[in-house]
Design a protein around this ligand. Structure first.
Ligand code: PLP
Length: 253
C-alpha cells in the first residue's frame, strides 16, 4: 500500500487539518501517516486558540516514523511557528523526501491567524524550494507575493512569482470571479480550471484539496492529473457536505 504523510495542525472538529487529511488519504486507498505540527481549539463556528508544537516534539514524531516508513508523498499544512518550519525542512533534507505538497495556511475562514509572524516568510524561503506543488488561495498568494490579486491577470502574475520561489507547480485556488471558481494551475504553462461555484460556508476545503493532490502523487499521478481529479473529488465532497455542528459545513469525504 502506498503511504502519504501529513505534517499539519490538529483540528478537533475533524473537518480540517490532520484529521481531514487522513480521511482523504483513506478515500484514495493510501495509508496516512501524520506528524502534528500545531494544535488548535476550534469548532465549526470559531477558532478559540492556537498552540505551537515544539521542535523537539516534531522531530521525535518524524524520526520515529522515518525509522519505519518511507512516505510516497508528503503534505505540509498548518505549521504555526518558524521553529516548526526549520525542523521540517531539516527532516525533509535528511530523509530525502519527495513529492512535497505545501498548503501555505494563513488564516482560518473565520479570520483567525493560524501562523505566527514570520512563518510564511520562512515557508517561502525554506520549504517552497523543496516542493513539487504549492496550493495557496488567492488571499495567501497575495500575501506571499505582495501582489493584490483582483483578476485573472493578477493571478497569472502571482503564479509566475510564486513559481520563481521554487515550486515545480503552483495552483492558486478559488477565483473570486462571480459564479465560476477558477483555479489557476501553472507549471510554466497556464491551465485555468473552472467549476461552478458552490455557495455556502464549508470548513477545510483547502486542506482537503491539497490532501487529495498528495494522495494522488503518492499513487504516481502527475501533478496535472492529480489536480484535475482533486477538483472533482472536492466538488463531490462539497455537494455532499453535512452540517453536524452549528457553524460551517463539514465536507463529506
Ligand atoms: N484548522 C486547521 C488545523 C487547518 O489546517 C485549517 C486550514 O488549513 C483551518 C483550521 C482552516 O480551515 P477553514 O479555512 O475551513 O476555517
Amino acid at each position: 500500500m502506498k503511504t502519504a504523510l501529513t505534517i499539519a495542525g490538529f483540528d478537533p472538529t475533524g473537518g480540517a487539518g490532520l484529521q481531514a487529511d487522513l480521511k482523504v488519504f483513506r478515500a484514495f486507498g493510501v495509508h496516512g501517516l501524520s506528524v502534528v505540527a500545531a494544535i488548535t481549539a476550534q469548532n465549526t463556528k470559531r477558532v478559540n486558540a492556537v498552540f505551537s508544537v515544539s521542535k523537539i516534539i516534531i522531530k521525535k514524531q518524524f524520526e520515529t516514523l522515518m525509522s519505519d516508513f518511507r512516505p510516497d508523498a508528503v503534505k505540509i499544512g498548518m505549521i504555526y511557528s518558524i521553529d516548526a518550519v526549520d525542523i521540517i525542512s531539516d527532516m525533509i533534507h535528511k530523509h530525502s523526501l519527495k513529492n512535497i505538497v505545501i498548503d501555505p495556511v494563513t488564516l482560518s475562514s473565520s479570520g483567525t491567524p493560524l501562523v505566527e509572524d514570520g512563518t510564511l516568510d520562512a515557508i517561502k524561503k525554506t520549504l517552497f524550494p523543496l516542493s513539487k506543488v504549492i496550493t495557496p488561495n488567492i488571499y495567501e498568494a497575495s500575501i506571499l507575493t505582495g501582489i493584490m490579486i483582483e483578476d485573472k491577470k493578477g493571478m497569472e502574475e502571482a503564479a509566475r512569482v510564486l513559481k520563481d520561489m521554487g515550486a515545480d507547480v503552483v495552483i492558486i485556488t478559488g477565483g473570486h470571479l462571480e459564479e465560476i471558481a477558477v483555479d489557476l494551475y501553472y507549471n510554466g504553462n497556464f491551465h485555468a480550471m473552472k467549476k461552478k461555484k458552490l455557495r455556502g460556508n464549508y470548513h477545510g476545503t483547502g486542506c482537503v484539496f491539497s490532501a487529495a493532490i498528495t494522495a494522488l502523487l503518492a499513487l504516481d499521478y502527475n501533478p496535472l492529473e492529480a489536480t484535475i481529479k482533486s477538483k472533482d473529488f472536492i466538488s463531490n465532497a462539497i455537494k455532499k457536505a453535512s452540517h453536524p455542528g452549528k457553524g460551517m459545513k463539514i465536507l463529506n469525504i
